[in-house]
Design a protein around this ligand. Structure first.
Ligand code: WTA
Length: 660
């Protein structure tokens, strides 16, 4: 399991301050318990009430949960709505038209403010533009864009016409993009000429061209290109169109396409246990409900807040807490194009100061790297910035170690701001286990208690509850509105991945190990129990990286494992057997570099193994199974205490212990 080594054992409990309690929407433990009790008493009715109160429906639904075809659950299915209407039009109707929806800060520091009225107009023109290219309800549209107003608008424009978007993170390779386009059967790609990150221009359109040159992408008839840098691009006649030219011809009004609550709002590909990423399919109604509720209850968003989620729209955190959640609540949010270390590692703190950010949501990896930077360079230490606008901090994506938690609490939050350590997944749509600021006493390193209504539990391998204090598998006992609906085109894999028969077929299996505190019942996540790694908060399958490695003509065999890493949480270690003799010394270094670059090209730079070890063979049992447990021990540099007599070739371990 991937939890990082923790030196500090933090047992202090941080009670919510009187001020936090008094302003919080859910205020006090009694209010939390009342919501849990309401869900307990009438589960579907609880979510129905919330869906009526927090979303705007075109046609009201008559029923909440439909579990007649479990585990393919449906929520609010006879209701109709539109996600972009909920994020835009209803803000024009309720007095937010001139309020800033987005404060965009570019990589170079330029700021652009966009009001709800302006965003609405942009999205309507964008949606009309999509329609003019023949894109319609039910079509899949791949979005491969940098962090930008246009990126958010592209997602909302798809939602407006009922097209299902599938955002692909801009760091993914042409091959990864091609696989996602093919699997989704997408008809269009929305991209940019280039993206700007850390003072550099990085190509996007040429990557799309490369992907579309590969097999399996014939479904694409349109490529829309946002001009970000103006670097000249090759254009394919009839297929490619500049976004600004497309928008110039469109009207600023576009009637939303009213869709059923179960209509797929988006697909988002994520890593699983096999080599092929899964297209996680989300609904419109249930998904949007949880986006709104968690904004209001976990982040306690109020009209005067400036909210900043530092994720990229290429990940689920960017979907729920950049595009849908903040806008559906009429919030003002920051959208940031760049990286935390450019022009220096004080960028986040300067932006919080400049824009008077009040709620800040980021990943432990970013915090850890900024702690390190502040230790080295005094001028980027947060004490040099005025962070008094902050009132709430959040963490997401990986376990936060107590040291990082304490630094974040003291140095960023000034020991005033609660930290919400939010546990959730691409598949869950929004927060599942998290503190609520006006309710939950905080314990560093624990994501504390389930969101009201979420039936999280810990079970053993037969699906029975384990006692508090004992570790086990994290499950969710009842379906909830924002849950994954299917793996696109692969219902069997959906059932096998999330509702396996060994767990009675009735429990949602998160894929994480967890434990509850013996006295408080607080949850602590111990890390993935499957072959999924979490590197800098990014999910990667070991099989995905292995498949990329063995696709290299030099490689005969490869096995990939994770190793705890102080900065990135986990690091990728690859054990490789080449078709030629095992390299050593400088040759080994050269091969390792070549293979790292290869993986970056096949998947994307985030998947590069940090450490590559070469062997004449891999440790296998006599029946030929690779002994991953041993490899994990070797990767960590642990003494091998296991019996290796069943190994076909015990000597191999000495070779693999040698790093290059
Ligand atoms: C991990 C990101 C500990 C976990 C939203 C989960 C966490 C995976 C936390 C999902 C947290 C996410 N504490 N671990 N607060 N949040 N994880 O799909 O292993 O990219 O299963 O969704 O990240 O990653 P995903």
């Amino acid at each position: 399991m991937g939890a990082i080594n923790s030196v500090l054992q933090e047992h202090r409990v941080f009670e919510p301050s009187a001020e936090t309690v008094s302003r919080a929407t859910i205020s006090g433990m009694a209010a939390y318990k009342a919501l849990c009790a309401e869900a307990e008493a009438d589960y579907s009715g609880y979510w129905e009430r919330l869906a009526r109160e927090h979303l705007s429906w075109k046609t009201p639904f008559t029923k909440g949960l439909n579990d007649s075809n479990a585990p393919f659950f449906k929520w609010f299915e006879d209701g109709t709505l539109n996600a972009s209407y909920n994020c835009l039009d209803r803000n024009l109707e309720n007095g937010n038209a001139e309020k800033d929806a987005i404060i965009f800060e570019a990589d170079d520091g330029k700021v652009r403010r966009v009001t709800y009225r302006e965003l609405h107009a942009l999205v309507c023109r964008f949606a009309n533009g999509l329609k003019s290219r023949g894109i319609k309800k039910g079509d899949r549209v791949v979005i491969y864009l940098p962090m930008s107003v246009e990126g958010v608008a592209a997602m909302l424009a798809c939602a407006r016409i009922g097209a299902t978007h599938s955002v692909v993170f801009g760091g993914f390779s042409a091959k990864s993009l091609q696989e996602r386009i093919e699997d989704a059967g997408a008809v269009a790609v929305i991209t940019a000429d280039e993206q700007c990150r850390g003072g550099k221009n990085i190509p996007l359109k040429s990557v799309v061209d490369e992907a579309l040159g590969m097999e399996g992408t014939g479904s694409i008839h349109t490529v829309i290109v946002y001009q970000r840098t103006g670097t000249p691009q090759k254009t394919v006649e009839g297929r490619d169109v500049w976004l600004h030219e497309l928008l110039a011809q469109q009207a600023e009004q576009c009637e939303p396409e009213w869709v059923g609550a179960e209509h797929p709002l988006f697909l988002l590909y994520t890593s699983g246990s096999t080599g092929k990423p899964k297209g996680v399919q989300h609904s419109t109604g249930g998904y949007l409900l949880h986006a709104v509720l968690t904004m209001k209850w976990t982040f306690d968003l109020k009209p005067e807040d400036v909210f900043w989620c530092t994720a990229d729209i290429g990940w689920v955190t960017g979907h729920t807490y950049i595009t849908y959640g903040p806008l559906a609540c009429g919030g003002t949010e920051i959208v940031f194009e760049g990286v935390p270390t450019f022009p220096d590692a004080g960028r986040f703190w300067k932006m919080i100061q400049d824009h008077k950010v009040s709620i800040f949501y980021t990943a432990p990896t970013a915090i850890r790297s900024l702690i390190k930077a502040a230790d080295v360079t005094a001028s980027v230490h947060p004490r040099n910035y005025n962070l008094s606008s902050l009132r709430l901090l959040g963490s997401v994506g990986e376990p936060i170690n107590p040291e990082a938690w304490m630094w974040y609490y003291e140095n960023i939050g000034g020991a005033r701001c609660p930290i919400v350590d939010t546990f959730w997944q691409t598949e869950t749509g929004g927060h599942m286990i998290t503190p609520l600021p006006g309710v939950t006493p905080l314990v560093p390193g624990s994501c504390t208690l389930p969101f009201p209504g979420i039936q999280a539990a810990i079970v053993d391998e037969t699906g029975n509850d384990v006692e508090w204090g004992k570790g086990g598998f994290l499950v969710v006992k009842k379906p909830w509105p924002s849950m994954i609906r299917n793996i696109w085109g692969d219902p069997e894999r959906f059932k096998k991945s999330y509702y396996p028969v060994d767990f009675s077929g009735k429990l949602y299996l998160a894929g994480d190990g967890a434990v509850r505190d013996a006295t408080t019942g607080y949850f602590t996540i111990m890390g993935r129990i499957d072959d999924v790694l979490n590197v800098s908060g990014h999910r990667l399958g070991t099989m995905e990286v292995e498949s990329a490695l063995v696709a290299n003509p030099l490689v005969a065999e490869a096995a990939v494992v994770g190793r705890p890493d102080d900065l990135t949480g986990e690091a990728i270690v690859a054990f490789v057997v080449l078709k030629q003799a095992r390299p050593t010394g400088e040759t080994a270094k050269a091969f390792a570099k070549q293979l790292q670059d290869w993986v970056a090209k096949e998947i994307g730079p985030i998947a590069k193994p940090k450490d590559i070890r070469f062997g004449d063979n891999l440790p296998k049992t006599r029946s030929g199974k690779i002994m991953r447990r041993l490899l994990r021990a070797v990767a960590k540099g642990e003494e091998i205490v296991q019996d290796v007599s069943t190994l076909e070739n015990p000597g191999i371990l000495d070779q693999l212990k040698q790093s290059i």
